[in-house]
Design a protein around this ligand. Sequence first.
Ligand SMILES: C[S@@+](CC[C@H](N)C(=O)[O-])C[C@H]1O[C@@H](n2cnc3c(N)ncnc32)[C@H](O)[C@@H]1O
Length: 254
Amino acid sequence: MNENPETGAPLPPHRTLTTYYAADEERSAYVRDVFDRSAKHYDTIEKIFGNGGLLYRRMSMRFSGMKPGMKVLDVAIGTAAVASNAAKIVGPTGQVFGVDPNRAMMNEARKKFDGPLTQGVAQALPFADDTFDFVTMGLALRHVSDLKAAFSEYHRVLKPGGKLWILEGHIAKSKIGYALTWLVWAKIVPGLTLLFTRSRDAKEFMDYYWDTVDQCVPPEEIVAALDSVGFQHARTNVTMPGAFCEYKGQKAEA
Ligand SMILES: C[S@@+](CC[C@H](N)C(=O)[O-])C[C@H]1O[C@@H](n2cnc3c(N)ncnc32)[C@H](O)[C@@H]1O
C-alpha cells in the first residue's frame, strides 16, 4: 500500500484476511464483489433484528447533535440505513448526500432515499472542503483501505464546527463477553441470515462482518487516528456491549 504523504503511514482497518482474498491489493475488489452479491439481501438482514438497528441509528445521530436544517454527508450509504434516518432528522430544510463505491448497494438505497447519490470512496471524497455540518458512516469503517486517509477526508469536507459520527461493531473484552459476542455474531446471525435469505452470499457477507470486526484495529488506535488528522474531542463509546460502539469528533470552529 502506498504511503499517504498528508497523513503519514497508512492505517489499514485489519490484517489481510486470507479466507476471503489472497493479498491486501485484492481487498477492495473482494469488498466490492461481496456487496454486489449480497446487496439485495442487506435489508432482510436488518429485518431479522426487527429493524431495531434503523431506530438505533436515528436516535444515536439525534443524540450526537444532528439537527433539522443540517447538510449531512453519509459515507458508505449502502442501502440508506443511516441516510434515510438522517433525512428524517434534518427535515425539508436540510439535505442528506450519500456516497458509496458500490452501484448495487446504491440501487437499493434509491428505493427509499431520494437525496443526491455519488459513487466514490471514503479515502477520496468527491466533495469540496468545508461543505457539510455532519458526516456519518455506519458499519463501514472496516472496508476503507486507510483509516487515516478516510478521517482526513471527513475532516476536510466538514465545515468548521462540523461533527463526525461513526457507528461500528463492538466485541466485549472479557472472556465470557467475547464468547457470547462470538456466539451471536459468528454463529447465530450468519445462521439466521442463511435461514431467512436462503443465500450463501448473504451468509458469507455476515461471516466477513464478524471476521472484520474481530480483527479490527483496537478502538484506541482509531481514536488516535481521528486525533492525528485534527479532530477535536475524538472519542469512542460503547453504546451496546457486544453489538455497537461509536466514534465521534468535531472539526475546530473557525
Ligand atoms: C455494511 S454496508 C453499510 C451500509 C450503511 N451505512 C449501514 O449503516 O447499514 C457497508 C458499505 O460500505 C461501502 N464501502 C466499501 N468500501 C468503501 C469505501 N472505501 N468507502 C466508502 N464506502 C465503502 C460498501 O459498498 C457498502 O455499501
